[in-house]
Write a protein that binds this ligand. Sequence first.
Ligand SMILES: [Zn+2]
Length: 203
Amino acid sequence: MFLDGARTVLAFGAHPDDLEAGAGGLLAKLAAGGAHVTMVVTSIPNRFEQRLAEARAGAAVLGAELVLLRDDAASRVEDYAMWELVERYDGIVDRVKPDLVIAHQAEDTHWDHFLVHRAVVSAMRRQRANLIAYSAGSGPAATIGTCFADITDHIDTKLAALGKHATQFSTAKVEAMRDRARAAGVSCGVGYAEVFTPLRVYL
Ligand SMILES: [Zn+2]
């Protein structure tokens, strides 16, 4: 399956915890398989120091490198004009040269998530890489999709990474994410799964 062949992975989130929630299992799986995984956090909107520490701890659990657009102060995604956001992402894509990119889904109802989705799609205009989209929980039901990652062996790592985001995820909420992955697994015949939408796939 093409996802298993990814060696250089670049994943974009609007905020700390988005990637852990929507793609943490896949990122952990790819990192454990030897891929170099880079997680981009576009903005830390509040409680800067605490959420910065959470983002670093979450990425460390997943085995990923963390890239922050700003590591000195709180910011909002909308602080960036769209051209500026694309330009920043262009620089990251040029540096990382990914073969798999993971973006927020277009249907996400959180405006910041949609902006990041749109900027990532634009930043991918010159890069030959597979592109898939994840649900961070504010889009269509995460059990409906056409592309599945079997994260059965990595569900505990995903939940451990989520647990690092204590400002966002209570113990009960982390356990609810286990249920969500289990439900996704039932829909595709594995123990635990994350669901993605393919946006661009090279065969
Ligand atoms: Zn978010």
